[in-house]
Design a protein around this ligand. Structure first.
Ligand SMILES: [Fe+2]
Length: 299
């Protein structure tokens, strides 16, 4: 058994910790000062690497709280490769805060040393698989632990894709031993944007490798390419939409209970509003699975 598989087996389907929330800079001082919080918190390492004051607060918080790291700067889909200096900086932070999970998107956001604001999509084919698998291996070697890869929000498909996203992710897991982060809101909005069934997507998702679930708000906008049409944008602004909660319940019945994180980045409300959203996630999980039910109903 490789290291990644061993870690997964250790954590297994028994990680029933309650939902957590994303900790963003405006709430940092409040949480460091002892405000009530969730059992775990997820942060973007990029917010702390060049900000000594924020880092100091984070290290203080890490003494008392369980953290996970969600990188928005490790570009495993970029043909130019992963930025090794950035990887070293993240490794140093990992060693300091000992997160339960380290995750990032299946996307590319860097090109020749430039960081782009958007997470850009990839065609799903053998060529991309080779590139992404090489980079995931590199990240896992540098971090000394499995990397948790997240399904992206999609707005367009590629004519050069030969695999579905679920098939691509399953093959990536087989080749690298990585784990997966299933962003249920991304699944919902991608399905709406691309015209496929979100429930069928969850049914095809490689359940055995799911280490975490994300839920975030999205925004409905007019689609300039289709008169009268609308497109859902992954803005992480606002509450979780009702159909995303329904899809979350379905995902839990398929995957079993998994650490679930509320992502709210824009139009950030009070920290207590985030906690209320996490409480709702726990209530949905209890409704879907019952107390103490942690095992997946399907593989
Ligand atoms: Fe996400």
């Amino acid at each position: 058994m490789n290291v990644a598989a061993a870690t997964r087996a250790e954590r297994g389907a028994t990680d029933t910790r309650p939902a957590g929330v994303g900790l963003r800079l405006p709430h940092l001082a409040e949480v460091a000062a002892g405000a009530p919080t969730t059992a775990w918190l997820e942060v973007h390492p990029e917010n702390f690497l060049a900000n000594p004051h924020a880092r100091e607060l984070l290290l203080d918080i890490a003494e008392r709280h369980t953290l996970s790291l969600h990188s928005v700067g490790l570009s495993v889909g970029s043909v130019a490769g992963v930025d090794r200096e950035h990887l070293k900086r993240i490794r140093r932070l990992v060693d300091q805060v000992e997160p339960i999970l380290v995750s990032g998107h299946l996307a590319w956001s860097t090109h020749r040393g430039m960081y782009l604001n958007d997470l850009l999509p990839l065609p799903y084919n053998e060529e991309t698989l080779r590139v992404v698998a090489t980079h995931v291996h590199e990240v896992q070697d540098a971090l000394g632990r499995p990397y948790v890869v997240e399904n992206p929000a999609s707005y367009v498909g590629f004519a050069t894709s030969t695999l579905t996203e679920a098939e691509f992710l399953a093959e990536l897991v087989t080749r690298t031993g990585c784990e997966l982060l299933c962003d249920v809101s991304n699944a919902y909005l991608s399905a709406a944007n691309m015209g496929y069934d979100a429930y069928a997507y969850i049914d095809a998702f490689p359940a055995h490798a799911v280490a975490e679930i994300h839920l975030g708000g999205f925004t409905r906008e007019d689609d300039e390419a289709t008169p009268g049409g609308q497109i859902l944008i992954d803005t992480h602004a606002g509450a979780i939409a009702e159909p995303a909660w329904d899809l979350y319940a379905h995902a839990l019945r398929r995957f079993g209970r998994r650490p679930t994180l509320i992502e709210w980045d824009n139009e950030l409300p009070s920290f207590s509003r985030l906690l209320a959203e996490a409480e709702r996630a726990d209530a949905v999980a209890t409704d879907a699975l019952g107390h103490g039910h942690s095992h997946a109903l399907a593989g």
